[in-house]
Design a binder for this molecule. Structure first.
Ligand code: EPZ
Length: 432
């Protein structure tokens, strides 16, 4: 069993290099399935979710070559199967992108439902609505989603999403790229990784316009050819390091980012008394003064990201005054709060709102991560806390943060990895 042991209470100083965006990578890698030829993908983050995606593609017949630590070449010219392995696909929520990619290129897909997920609890109804509007038949049988077309090709159509969904927008976009005729997705999500996926597909020969706005127009093409593409930097990884220095105090240079993507996070941290200096592809983040309370409401991009909600809540635990955090994207994203309370935080959760009363300090404790961003929040709290914390279930954190231990150490954090007897718990896919 792997744990992180953190001796908290010291400010962070130094530089951190941000990796490629997880939520772009886990869509772009499945999208490579649509390409007839070799695609070279650069700035691929080294995280376990990416390893899983690559394994799934390999099982389907893709030829994958690691060029270096952050570059892969994927050749999907000779795909053998359109049925994914249950064992692998169920472990990762993003496996739903395999449906759009396989259906778009081959007119059929059989993909295992992600772990613990069903249409009622973790809806993918908007994905399904998109596929059926494009002419596919979609049924769930034996734990698999079966999607098929009558003549092997989808037909372009107008699709209005009932909820703003990142996954549905990207999945429908993939499915429509090789459909016959034109598709319009309305009420589309606008996250940076949606633009990134569209840019990737366009660089392979697709014709997508409007990604990053709420109307995306896709003109179907016959095939995608090989090419080269670099994934954007991870907005949430960058935001997590910014939150960490906000909590501990100190000064760090966050490198290899797109500052515009950070605006929604920067604005909130500035409101809390953090100083942020913007440069071309870096942010200098400094906190010397006491933290101030702030109210935070998560919203689809360009609003404050739900994937930063646990981390900002950890910081608000140490702010002067009472803050209100409202989670408006997911139903159940406060499961980490009990762990923060074990460290001395004062937080009351009522449905979608957390009332956070700032305390003078947190105290190190044994704590357990329950998902990726919850884990990141606990790391932040432990870095700022007085004394030692021992974080278990860190495999959740490693799904989405490349070398978090090495990067924090380079900032002066006292963090080490310990291996103890016992198995790492099998990951639940949750909302990752
Ligand atoms: C993506 O999940 C991200 N995951 C999540 O990041 C992120 O929290 C989420 O977008 C919101 O930004 C990946 O990109 C792999 P949604 P996704 O569809 O696409 C409802 C992280 O920490 N909904 O935008 O699955 C849904 O229940 C992870 O990196 C429907 O009702 O999220 C939710 O309330 C966690 N029907 C809301 O929409 C649908 O068909 C937004 O979900 C689909 C979604």
């Amino acid at each position: 069993m792997t744990k992180y042991v953190i001796q908290g209470g010291s400010p962070l100083f130094g530089e951190v290099n941000i990796s490629g965006a997880k939520n772009a990578a886990v869509a772009i890698i499945p999208a490579a399935l649509m390409v007839d030829g070799v695609c070279r993908i650069e700035n691929v983050p080294q995280i376990s979710d990416v390893t899983l995606c690559l394994k799934i593609l390999e099982q389907l017949g893709a030829n994958i070559r690691a060029v270096n630590r952050h570059t892969v070449e994927i050749d999907c010219t000779h795909i053998r199967s359109t049925r994914t392995s249950y064992e692998l696909a169920r472990k990762i929520r993003a496996s739903y992108y395999l449906i759009g990619a396989l259906l778009g290129r081959f007119g059929q897909a059989e993909v295992a439902m992600p772990g613990g997920c069903n249409f009622g609890v973790r809806p993918i109804d908007q994905h399904v609505k998109g596929f059926t509007t494009l002419g596919a038949k979609v049924v769930v049988e034996g734990g698999f989603i079966h999607a098929s077309t009558e003549n092997g090709r989808l037909k372009g159509a107008n699709i209005y999403l009932d909820v703003v969904s990142v996954g549905a927008t990207m999945n429908i976009m993939m499915a429509a790229v090789m459909a016959e005729g034109n598709t319009v997705i309305e009420n589309a999500a606008k996250e940076p990784h949606i633009v990134d996926l569209a840019n990737f597909l366009n660089s392979m020969g697709a014709n997508i316009r409007g990604a990053g706005t709420d109307t995306i127009k896709i003109q179907g093409v016959d095939r995608l050819r090989g090419g080269s593409y670099a994934i954007i930097p991870d907005q949430i990884e960058a935001g997590t390091y910014m939150a960490a220095v906000a909590a501990t105090g100190g000064q760090i240079l966050v490198k290899n980012i797109i500052p515009k993507h950070m605006d929604c996070i920067t604005a909130k941290l500035v409101e809390m008394g953090v100083e942020v200096e913007e440069h071309e592809d870096t942010l200098l983040v400094r906190r010397n003064a006491p933290l101030q309370k702030a109210n935070v409401k998560t919203l689809p991009y360009p609003g404050f990201p739900t994937d930063m909600q646990p981390q900002i809540t950890a910081v608000l635990c140490l702010a002067q005054g009472t803050s209100l955090v409202t989670e408006s994207v997911w139903n159940n994203r406060y499961r980490y709060v009990d762990e923060l309370k074990r460290m001395g935080a004062s937080i009351q959760v009522d449905d979608k709102t957390a009332v956070v009363e700032g305390v003078d300090h947190l105290t190190g404790a044994p704590i357990q991560a329950c998902d990726l961003r919850a884990g990141a929040a606990l790391v932040i709290a432990a870095l700022a806390a007085k004394g030692e914390s021992e974080i278990s279930c860190v495999q959740y954190i490693e799904r989405g943060y490349e070398d978090i231990v090495g990067k924090l150490r380079a900032l002066g954090a006292n963090i080490r990895v310990v291996e103890e007897p016992g198995e790492n718990e099998e990951l639940e896919a949750h909302i990752g």
